[in-house]
Design a protein. Structure first.
Length: 304
């Protein structure tokens, strides 16, 4: 095992108990055995509270896995009828793809928008965080240190998968999970007197009939993040994260970090996150374990 030259940790928010051990073992075997960075498994309710289950996962993965239950709560100011799973006018909801049984996903999105400083977490101890999903599978030896690579870069973060809309056009499910996002971004830039340097954002501030289509056709998305944690201590991030929370977009419209983080970095840094190309180059399959356990189980207390 190599010396940990970078003060980093791994973050997984998990409820897929059948996927998690396989995912962590693939990560440990294909990368983390060289460094043994601590792997924080955060979860809602008591999913991983059982000490026998924890012991079995530790034994199977041979990794430094730390299990932490984190709280969740529904914003009291959002009426129940405005929650995303009640928006029957949207294809994604009315077809049954997102019903009340998936409310935990909304809590997950809020967790990621408030990652640094979220209750019961320890991210303030670290200079770097690498987040990936519990359904992901590492396929072969990753030849570089994610934290070392991002430390050399000017970008404050990177993603192991960047999706460009001209290569993979957005579909109806994407449209339904971005309702109100364009208006929010435009309002945010205007209220904060932001003159964006990126042409894409500049065009959003100009009145045009096809603005909504333009937004979807040009919005790049990213997934599975490697952060320099000092970005979370900036006034820019605090302003953005707070505005997202106040908008209610996460619970009303299922806004996710794949779009929100990209928009933040475009607004304040004028560039996309660094593209590790880990998925494109065959090292990682983001949904490689979905056949083991599909939708993540929801939270136990629906009304909380």
């Amino acid at each position: 095992m190599q010396k940990q030259e970078f003060n980093g940790c791994i973050n997984i928010l998990s409820s897929r108990t059948r996927c998690l051990p396989i995912s962590i073992k693939s990560f440990q075997d294909k990368w983390n055995y060289r460094y043994n960075y601590p792997i924080y498994v955060h979860y809602f309710d008591d999913i991983y509270d059982n000490p026998i289950l924890q012991s079995e996962i530790l034994k199977f993965t041979k990794a430094d896995v730390r299990f932490i239950s984190v709280p969740y709560w529904t914003p009291s100011e959002i009426p129940e009828e405005e929650m995303f799973y009640n928006r029957k006018d949207l294809w994604y909801v009315k077809t049954g793809r997102f019903g009340p049984h998936r409310k935990g996903f909304l809590h997950m999105n809020r967790f990621y928008n408030n990652l640094y400083g979220y209750p019961n977490t320890e991210f303030e101890k670290y200079d770097y965080i690498f987040s990936f999903d519990d359904e992901s599978l590492f396929l072969k030896e990753v030849p570089y240190n994610f934290f070392e690579e991002i430390s050399r870069r000017p970008e404050p973060c990177g993603a192991i998968k960047i999706t460009h809309p001209h290569i993979k056009p957005p579909h109806q499910g994407n449209f339904d999970c971005r309702v109100g996002m364009l208006d929010f971004v435009v309002k945010y830039m205007k209220e904060n007197n932001i003159n964006p340097s990126v042409e894409f954002l500049q065009n959003l501030l100009v009145e045009r009939e096809d603005k909504e289509k333009y937004f979807h056709d040009n919005l790049v998305v990213a997934d599975s993040w490697v952060f320099k944690t000092d970005v979370f201590t900036t006034s820019e991030w605090k302003s953005w994260s707070s505005a997202v929370n106040d908008s209610g977009g996460i619970f009303k419209y299922r806004w996710g970090d794949c779009e929100l983080n990209v928009l933040f970095f475009l607004i304040y840094y004028g560039e996309l996150p660094y593209d590790f190309k880990t998925v494109d180059e065959g090292y990682h399959d983001q949904g490689g374990l979905r056949y083991v356990q599909d939708y993540a189980p929801s939270v136990k207390d629906f009304n909380r």
